[in-house]
Design a protein around this ligand. Structure first.
Ligand SMILES: C[S@@+](CC[C@H](N)C(=O)[O-])C[C@H]1O[C@@H](n2cnc3c(N)ncnc32)[C@H](O)[C@@H]1O
Length: 236
């Protein structure tokens, strides 16, 4: 199975309860991390933003609330996008946010066509994170901005042990109780996937990939004792 096929399958059963459970299972931190990401882009007052791996549109909606930009959200999961369109309509933001199917690895947009790009929880699902970051940077105009959010590994030994216990036991159990079988699968998958990703792509290597893609002033903030990582940078 290619990485894309795996992600499409993984997210198929999640949309209905995704937004509620993403908050509950992250102890409310997901919303905080999103606001941090949105703040890094909003400060530059972009007029157009591409939100990649938009899923059910949570980041796109946060960006629409904090900016006056037109927002395009893309994702490979039709099921997540469908739920996202419902949320956008309910939030009365259909005039500002459009959601379209697209792969982060091959975006169907001309180079330098957006003021800003955001992406969340994406790089763990692609075969070549550096090539994907280069593709995301390609569509940003010179001087435009990029910001991202993903889970991270707590650097402190005690917090890492607590994180390990949480991801290996409570997360899948709470997932299945609150969301059913699909959330058991994702709960069991996440911890090992995050560890494997940062084993191959430690933060310094990810920063190198951003810089190789033409991003400068790359900054990172490790949040919630290491549970989350927000990154930002400017296209040279
Ligand atoms: C954990 S969800 C995050 C959704 C949303 N960004 C949020 O923060 O709520 C990850 C999303 O990445 C999408 N995805 C995974 N691989 C992708 C790819 N190669 N291109 C575009 N989207 C992808 C999945 O379909 C899924 O909707």
């Amino acid at each position: 199975m290619t990485d894309n096929a795996f992600a499409i399958q993984l997210f198929k059963g999640l949309p209905e309860r995704y937004d509620a459970l993403a908050e509950v299972l992250s102890f409310g931190q997901n919303g905080r991390w999103r606001r941090e990401l949105a703040g890094h882009l909003a400060t530059h007052r972009p007029r157009s933003v591409l939100d990649v791996a938009t899923g059910t549109g949570g980041v796109a909606i946060a960006l629409a609330t904090e900016t006056e930009a037109s927002i395009t959200g893309v994702d490979i999961s039709d099921a997540m996008l469908e739920r996202g369109r419902e949320r956008v309509r309910k939030a009365d933001l259909a005039a500002r946010i459009k959601l379209e199917p697209a792969r982060a690895e091959a975006l169907p947009y001309p180079s330098e066509s957006f003021d800003a790009v955001s992406f969340t929880y994406l790089l763990r699902y692609v075969d070549d994170p550096a090539a994907t970051v280069a593709e995301l940077a390609r569509v940003i105009r010179p001087g435009g901005h990029m910001a991202s959010l993903d889970f991270y590994l707590p650097p402190n030994v005690a917090w890492r042990a607590a994180w390990w216990g949480y991801t290996r036991s409570l997360l899948p159990i709470a997932g299945v109780l609150l969301g059913g079988r699909a959330w058991w699968d994702v709960g069991r998958f996440l911890g090992p996937n995050i560890e494997r990703h940062y084993g191959r792509w430690p933060l310094a290597r990810i920063v190198d990939a951003w810089e190789a893609a033409g991003m400068v002033d790359v900054g990172c903030r490790v949040m919630s004792l290491g549970g989350g990582l927000v990154m930002w940078g400017t296209k040279s």
